[in-house]
Design a protein around this ligand. Structure first.
Ligand code: 6PG
Length: 488
């Protein structure tokens, strides 16, 4: 083991431990630190035995064990614990030392911490890490942002431990980790990753619901369909694990059917939705995915409502295979809309926070290692490589073509679900967004008239240049005074 460590990792929960083991397996020497030293001792005697991993029993010994510039990666709970640990560390650090937060932190916190630490000469990195415990051990997707001066020091470690994608020669050399951008850009991209994760999961669940409640399919039959879909453009980690889950048996019966239908959530999907509202970006699918989890959590109300409020009894009498093909198209189209909305949110944030982002590179960071990994991200990279400033992924030729051929199946499925009383919030709101986005004349002319009618909020006219605002005295009772025109 080298006399001094390349990096320290703080926090020996499963992600922290696995990242340390991953780093050691790639030839780095790592210091492990945890609030209670006992956990470090257990780790050193167990999983970390005979590897280039040393323990530290105090902040002083942690800092002393590191090569300069020191690199200290926090894998602690996001929020106050990160600030508290930085406070403890600061008196022991020197100019140019690097603090990395690898948790699911809010990007505003990373914006603030990057600035506050830069004033003290410390380089801050807010890095999103995705892939769960297996990813952390074998190769996660890592999305680092923060102080760009830190990147050359952190890059060799992060790119060595991250998942890899094949290069043009078919070799696994392209790391699913690159510099995202300044300040909170890395955590922003991780937040959107998680929002997209919520959307992908809900789209899949809606597909399963239609198979189960409209087509009357068993878990085994659904398993077969998801396994087939995993051989198509839908091929992804989440489709793959869905097939596995549907095939999993407990005492000879599908376990999935014994699980209570109330979803949990730790908050990153909600942050994505709230951020979209702040930035004024229509992120309808992820919003619906968060609300679908909220509705699922109202289990006792739903049990009562199911007795009192009646809808149609689902029944299907058509060509099942053709309908399943339509359903596949519905999932694919909704997924395209979701990623289009997610990337539009990242693009808006880049303008707002003045981040210089490479959208193709972000797609590649998600290509392997993370929860939303899928073959589809390759097409997103190509779209942004062709047009780095593309306003919306749906405008790209490839995605436009896929949507064109998926469209009729998508509409059929939503029509059938609607007629049969089956809720499909994500797949159907995606279609509303798609139809709204491609509509030249929305009814917002009427909406502006309503605003002007009751509140003198003014409107722009089709027959006048943009930026000129008009007010009409609609009733003859109002005055000529209009309210100021501003948009949030
Ligand atoms: C990842 C995941 C992870 C997330 C969990 C739980 O990228 O590895 O996104 O960061 O915390 O998936 O999220 P919810 O509890 O909100 O579903």
């Amino acid at each position: 083991m080298k006399a001094q460590s390349d990096i320290a990792v703080v926090g020996l929960a499963v992600m922290g431990e696995n990242l340390i083991l991953n780093m050691a397996s790639k030839g780095f020497t790592v210091t492990a630190y945890n609030r209670s030293y006992h956990k470090v001792e257990i780790f050193l005697a167990g999983r970390a035995k005979d590897q280039s991993i040393r323990g530290a029993d105090s902040i002083e010994s942690l800092v002393a064990s590191l090569e300069r510039p020191r690199k200290i990666m926090l894998m602690v709970k996001s929020g106050q614990p990160v600030d508290d640990f930085i406070e403890q560390l600061l008196p022991h650090l020197e100019q140019g030392d690097i603090v990395i937060d690898g948790g699911n932190s809010q990007f505003e916190d990373s914006n603030r911490r990057t600035k506050a630490l830069a004033e003290k000469g410390i380089l801050y990195v807010g890095a999103g890490v995705s892939g769960g415990e297996e990813g952390a051990l074998k190769g996660p997707s890592i999305m680092p942002g923060g102080n760009p001066e830190a990147w050359p020091h952190v890059k060799p470690i992060f790119q060595a431990i991250s998942a890899k994608v094949k290069d043009e020669n078919g070799e696994l050399t392209v790391p699913c980790c690159d510099w995202v951008g300044e300040a909170g850009a890395g955590h922003f991209v991780k937040m959107v990753h998680n929002g997209i994760e919520y959307g992908d999961m809900q789209i899949i669940c809606e597909g399963y619901l239609v198979m189960r409640d409209l087509l009357g399919m068993s878990a085994d039959e659904c398993q077969t369909v998801f396994a087939q879909w995993n051989q198509t453009e839908l091929s992804s980690y989440l489709i793959e694990i869905t097939a596995d889950i549907l095939g999993f048996k407990e005492d000879g019966e599908a376990l999935v059917e014994k699980i209570l239908d109330t979803a949990g959530q730790k908050g990153t999907g909600k942050w994505t939705g709230v951020t979209a509202l702040h930035l004024g970006v229509p992120l309808t699918l992820i919003g619906e995915a968060v609300f679908a989890r909220c509705l699922s959590a109202q289990k006792s109300q739903r049990v009562e409502a199911a007795k009192l409020i009646k809808g149609p009894a689902p029944s299907f009498s058509g060509d099942k295979q053709a309908f399943l093909n339509d359903l596949k198209h519905a999932l694919l189209a909704a997924k395209i809309v979701s990623y289009a909305q997610g990337f539009a949110l990242i693009q808006e944030a880049a303008k707002e926070y003045k981040w210089d982002l490479d959208y193709g590179s972000i797609a590649m960071m998600w290509r392997e290692g993370c929860i939303i990994r899928s073959v589809f991200l390759e097409n997103i990279k190509q779209a942004y490589d062709k047009h780095p400033e593309l306003d919306n992924l749906m405008l790209d030729d490839y995605f436009n073509d896929v949507l064109a051929s998926a469209q009729s199946g998508w509409r059929n499925v939503i029509a059938a679900a609607t007629v049969n009383g089956i809720a499909m919030p994500c797949i159907s709101s995606a279609l509303s967004y798609f139809d709204g986005y491609r509509t030249e004349n929305l009814p917002a002319n009427l909406l502006q008239a309503q605003r002007d009618y009751f509140g003198a909020h003014t409107y722009e006219r089709k027959d006048k240049p943009r930026g000129e605002f008009f007010h009409t005295n609609w009733t003859g009772r109002g005055g000529a005074t209009s309210s100021s025109t501003y948009d949030v």
